[in-house]
Design a protein around this ligand. Structure first.
Ligand code: BES
Ligand code: ZN
Ligand code: ZN
Length: 500
């Protein structure tokens, strides 16, 4: 879908479908929608009354225009209540409208900028949300469907704005939305692919091609190499895997950079639980256990394009968590890269093991900040559901920044407390630490385990409970949501203009 902006009037937009909007409860459309209604001799207002169209967020109504009207169809999308309105609502409305356009097989679509001039929202924010919501609403994963695939592709989306003073902002907004949207859809694709395709080697190959395209350094360490280097926690998880594990590293450097940010993604390409085996139901979706890895890879792809004035070190300790003759047993003790020993009392808490070593590796590389993204705990899903991810860390400024960057891309993050008293529960009888302890607060305890390897570096952990949606959601169809990529790309876009 090619997105452009045009200065002009919506009434003149020649297209298959024209998208306008309406707040909930409004019976007589005003503004741009009112202008269209006038051009259609009041057809919108009449149909609102006939059809009981309420304008609820994402509700769509089709209006067939009068003869000689340049648009073939008009889609009126509900914006919900004015008092609840913000950029996320714009994204949801845009996504719903695009889905409606696909349904009616429109190829060329024109749209109003949702929300412009309302509730003090800047044109840039409204433009970005309109474009990004459209990109996300357009996304489908149909790669493996060979039957009954009705391919309906939207070729172009033209954002029409009357005020010439807003055009430059909207143009910039479209560019941002494209970069962020690309990152999110790339993440979705990678997470939606099954584990018989997405192996650690597959992730390593993607890393190599991203690095090559964007002239970044990429290094891949095989089992022997990372084991020898002392990554005992990661090596322990990888022991049961027959698909070869790969420690993946991409380095982006900018000449004006004042600091280095490490992005660490959990890359378990399938999580059976190991000998602490998962049951059928909880194992089913575990191809998504590399969502963190997918998001950081997508981010590096965007980094190559936006060229932020900051160094970025991406790390993924990729492996399957499987059973087999060499797999670790619950109760085994191993030594981490940091030197701490760990009793693995539950082989299903494997993510924190791989991340513990990856975080220690980032510290050795003397990074200034560590952000890790991981589908770490089912407990976080229980706490927050699948529409919000958890965020926790030792640096409030960074947490606040990431929460606000996330919101602008539709990714909701909720902070959990880093309650260090709970660390007592991670003491082992025979080693420095054990990897799990029962007794609630599973998401916090998982984060506290990683924290043991952070050594005072500013660090934020995102527990990706919202990586997957089991049913169609406003911004994502059933399947991968792509969470994390939007937040990280927006965060790094902040470094595109200035080096902090
Ligand atoms: N990958 C899972 C976490 C997970 C489960 C994320 C379900 C999303 C949905 C992780 O490796 C895991 O198995 N965690 C255990 C930890 C427990 C053994 C302390 C869990 O959450 O059950
Ligand atoms: Zn697990
Ligand atoms: Zn896992």
């Amino acid at each position: 879908m090619n997105i452009t902006v045009r200065q002009g009037s919506l009434t003149e937009a020649g297209c298959d479908a024209l998208i306008v909007n309406l707040f909930e409860g409004v019976k007589a459309p005003g503004g741009a929608t009112g202008a269209i209604d006038n051009a259609l001799n009041g057809a919108i207002a009449a149909q609102i009354a006939d059809e009981d169209f309420e304008g609820k967020l994402g509700e769509c109504m089709l209006v067939r225009p009068v003869a000689n009207f340049p648009a073939r169809q008009v889609v009126v999308v509900g914006l919900g209540k004015l008092e609840d309105f913000g950029v996320i609502e714009i994204m949801k409305a845009a996504a719903a409208a695009i889905r409606k356009c696909k349904q009616i097989k429109a190829r060329n679509v024109a749209t109003i900028v949702h929300g412009a001039g309302i509730a003090g929202l800047p044109a840039f924010d409204c433009g970005r949300a309109t474009a990004l919501g459209s990109i996300l609403g357009d996304y489908e994963f149909t790669k493996f469907k060979t039957e009954n695939v009705k391919k309906s592709e939207i070729e172009s989306l033209e954002i029409v704005e009357l005020e010439s003073g807003k055009i430059a902002d909207i143009q910039r907004a479209i560019e941002t939305a494209r970069v962020v949207g690309d990152a999110i859809t790339f993440t979705r694709d990678l997470v939606n692919e099954p584990s018989n395709i997405v192996t650690p080697t597959y992730l390593a190959d993607i890393a190599k091609s991203i690095a090559q395209e964007c002239a970044m350094k990429c290094s891949i360490k095989d089992r022997e190499e990372f084991q020898q280097e002392g990554m005992g926690l990661y090596a322990a998880v990888a022991r049961g895997a027959s698909a070869e594990p790969k420690f993946i590293e991409i380095k982006y450097e900018h000449p004006d950079a004042k600091k280095t940010i490490a992005l660490v993604g959990k890359g378990i390409t399938f999580d059976t639980g190991g000998y602490s085996l998962k049951n059928t139901d909880s194992m089913y979706r575990m191809k998504d256990d590399m969502s963190g890895a997918a998001a950081v890879l997508a981010t590096m792809r965007a980094v190559g394009e936006i060229k932020p004035k900051v160094n970025v070190l991406m790390l993924i300790a990729a492996t399957e968590n499987a059973i087999g003759p060499n797999a670790i047993h619950p109760g085994d003790v191993v030594k981490s890269l940091s030197g701490k020993t760990v009793e693995i009392n539950n082989t299903d808490a494997e993510g924190r093991l791989t991340l513990g070593d990856a975080v220690a590796y980032a510290n050795r590389a003397k990074v200034d900040e560590i952000i890790d993204l991981a589908t770490l705990t089912g407990a976080c899903v229980t706490a927050l559901g699948t529409e919000i991810s958890g965020i926790i860390g030792n640096n409030q400024r960074l947490i606040d920044t990431l929460i606000s960057k996330g919101r602008s891309t539709g990714e909701l993050l909720w902070q959990l407390p880093l309650h260090t008293d709970y660390k007592d529960g991670l003491k082992s009888d025979i080693a420095d630490l054990k990897n799990t302890e029962s007794g609630g607060a599973g998401a916090i305890r998982g984060a506290l385990f990683i924290h043991a390897f952070v050594e005072g570096t500013p660090w934020v952990h995102i527990d990706l409970s919202s990586t997957l949606t089991e049913k169609d959601a406003p911004l994502a169809k059933q399947g991968a949501v792509g969470t994390g990529a939007g937040t990280l790309v927006e965060y790094l876009l902040g470094y595109a203009e200035t080096a902090e």
